[in-house]
Design a protein around this ligand. Structure first.
Ligand code: ATP
Ligand code: MG
Length: 631
């Protein structure tokens, strides 16, 4: 079938289209209506349908796949590898479900999961949805303040956690951070269930804290039936990365999410049941939810859950796993590729990668040098895909499972089925239909199954944040800025708040960054717009060099700054030339690897950088501060 026809049907006849896709999953009671859009922009998919996410991810595969690997856990932190078959995963999840039920957790109750990348984290997620509880996974790298705000938002009855995580061989104790977070939070969980990995001290609060091993011992070999829930029953809440401000609590349904994920496994990721999927993300992010846990399992695949760094014991580790487990599709982020790029590319060619159909990358713009480098090193298709925590699955990419289409460097691709992607002028609200016009990337409703239902407990914030930002339009704004070329391929140019206005010229920080990145000595760069009395705004660049010694003395730094400015002049014109190019060894990023431009901008303008709860390393922002204050 042609992708164009497939796509057109999804937009023109969404009910018929998604009715067909819904056959990919099992319903305990069939739905009576595919879509109720009477409360637009809220969608209610598969009205009256009764189902269960855990049933579809595990139980329904048992007849055919009970001895097939389901979850492959690999930890280079504690040097362990464990494979759970579907039957074993089924048993583990039921045991965890029994433990949660015994602590009083039932349908609609929230369970907060604050865990390292260990199998029990996956068991806990699956156990929650099995019994109709709503999980809220908080990335294990967050400290107490971020965790406390999420506890207060989710108001969990129970928290599942562990003694510690590990990063680069160093133990990262969790329990102290968790205790501090519960102390700070207004909403107190009645129970805290702790997995003891034997990595760190785990002082227990009597009456509140329980060791998972003790509780689980009471429920060995139990059967816990699936709680059948309505398609619209929330499966989980999850926070956005906080790149542009206070994180938003995204609420996801059950039925629609399953259908969209199941469809994406074949159509987008070109995967077959029985194959192995490897997403290098973390369960704390949406990619981890959709493509470490639920998507691959819904599709009857084995999924690899990896605890560790991409370069330890060496930069060949991921590729050795591809060979060993015959990985069919791999999913990672440009930030991880940039880490590998600093290593010897020989590590990537040492292993047999013949099972690998493609490497999918998402999360941030995939710049051309990075894309070219990894494409060459792996000799496999590199498929960019664009989406958000809110969307649950890719919005822009290539649906090679339907029809093979070429990728274009710099573009994540074309709109995926179900997503009516449009561009609007951000100030007039006019729709931009010609090729190569810059506008805000927006989605016209009804949004497809699997899209966020609402902001957790805040319908009003959902509507006012996402649906009211483009003048005169009732469309979902992505807050990303893009263009569509004559072939219908989209290019993402950055966040809408990353547009800068230099003497009346509107420039995307991303364009300037790409230009600077093309200088051979530059590894990475952030560009922000800074208020300027004369020009309104000027661009400021902070660059990380491949070799920091190249700008160690002021004279070298100045010369390099001039060279880089010349590159921008030549490529984009003098209007885009940054007022300064400064050199740092690290850029401020979120824990998920996204550039915190708004924080850099605030520091440059002498303002308070705002919510920094998701920052990876505060030192990075300090470097910027020191440079700015040093003049
Ligand atoms: P917040 O919404 O709290 O500011 P966030 O937008 O960073 O945080 P996520 O949902 O994790 O939270 O990230 C989605 C964003 O990541 C997109 O809106 C886009 O800006 C960026 N992004 C994701 N994939 C791509 C891609 N392939 N190319 C370019 N940008 C991407
Ligand atoms: Mg966002």
């Amino acid at each position: 079938m042609s992708y164009a026809a497939f796509y057109r049907r999804s937009i023109e006849q969404p009910e018929a289209f998604w009715d067909e896709q819904a056959r990919l999953i099992e319903w305990q009671t069939p739905y009576s209506k595919v879509l109720d859009y009477s409360r637009a922009p809220f969608t209610n998919w598969y009205v009256g349908g009764i189902t269960n996410l855990c049933h579809n991810a595990i139980d329904r595969h048992l007849a055919k796949r009970s001895n097939q690997p389901a979850l492959i856990w690999v930890s280079t932190e504690v040097d362990r590898e464990v494979t759970y078959t579907y039957a074993q995963l089924h048993a583990q999840v039921q045991q965890m479900a029994a433990v949660l039920k015994a602590q009083g957790v039932g349908k609609g109750d929230r369970v907060l999961i604050y865990m390292p990348m260990i199998p029990e984290a996956a068991f806990a997620m699956l156990a929650c949805v099995r019994i109709g509880a709503i999980h809220s996974v908080v990335f294990g790298g967050f400290a107490s303040v971020s965790l406390a705000s999420r506890i207060d938002d989710a108001e969990p009855k129970v928290i599942v956690s562990a003694d510690a995580g590990s990063r680069g061989g160093k133990v990262v104790p969790y329990k102290g951070l968790l205790d501090e977070a519960i102390h700070l939070a207004k909403s107190k969980p009645s129970k805290v269930i702790l997995v003891d990995r034997g990595l760190a001290d785990m002082p227990m609060t009597p009456g509140r804290d329980e060791a998972y091993a003790d509780l689980a011992a009471r429920h060995e070999g139990v059967r816990v039936v699936c709680e059948w829930v309505e398609a619209s029953h929330p499966s989980y809440t999850l926070y956005t990365s906080g790149t542009t401000g206070r994180p938003k609590g995204v609420q996801r349904d059950t039925g629609g999410y399953m259908v969209n994920l199941a469809a994406s496994m074949k159509n987008i990721f070109m995967c077959e049941p029985g194959e192995t999927y490897f997403s290098t993300s973390d369960i704390g992010w949406v990619v981890g939810h959709s493509y470490i846990i639920y998507g691959p399992l819904l599709h009857g695949m084995a999924t690899i859950m990896y605890e560790g760094l991409p370069i330890r014991p060496d930069a060949g580790i991921w590729w050795s796993l591809v060979e060993k487990y015959k990985v069919a599709a791999m999913f990672s982020a440009p930030t991880a590729v940039r880490v590998l790029k600093k290593q010897d590319p020989a590590y990537l060619t040492r292993y047999d990668l013949s099972s690998l159909k493609a490497l999918f990358l998402a999360g941030e713009p995939l710049d051309e040098p990075t894309a070219q480098w990894i494409a060459q090193a792996l000799n496999r298709p590199i498929i960019d895909n664009y989406w958000q925590t809110e969307t649950g699955a890719p919005v822009l990419t290539i649906a090679n499972g339907i029809e093979s289409k070429p990728s274009k460097f710099g573009s994540p691709g074309i709109p995926m089925y179900g997503f009516n992607v449009k561009l609007f002028d951000e100030s007039t609200g006019a729709e931009l239909t010609d090729a190569n016009q810059k506008g805000v990337v927006a989605l016209e409703g009804p949004l497809p199954p699997g899209f966020m239902q609402t902001v957790w407990r805040d319908d009003q914030r959902y509507v006012s944040t996402y649906w009211k930002s483009i003048p005169g339009r009732e469309v979902y704004s992505s807050f990303d800025w893009g263009i569509r070329d004559e072939d219908g391929y989209f290019f993402i140019l950055g966040r809408t708040d990353d547009v800068i206005n230099v003497a009346g010229h509107r420039l995307g920080t991303r364009e300037i960054e790409e230009s600077i990145s093309s200088h051979p000595l530059v590894a990475e760069v952030a560009v922000v717009g800074v208020a300027d009395q004369l020009k309104g705004q000027v661009a400021m660049a902070f660059a990380v060099l491949k070799d920091a010694s190249k700008a160690a003395v002021p004279a070298d730094a100045l010369r390099l700054e001039g060279e880089i400015m010349k590159v921008v002049d030549d490529q984009l014109g003098a209007v885009a030339r940054p007022a300064r190019v400064r050199f740092v060894t690290l850029l401020p990023k979120t824990r998920s690897g996204k550039l915190l431009r708004r924080a850099i901008q605030a520091v440059c303008e002498g303002r308070d950088p705002g919510d920094l709860t998701t920052i990876e390393d505060p030192n990075a922002l300090q470097q910027v501060k020191d440079l700015v204050q040093g003049g």
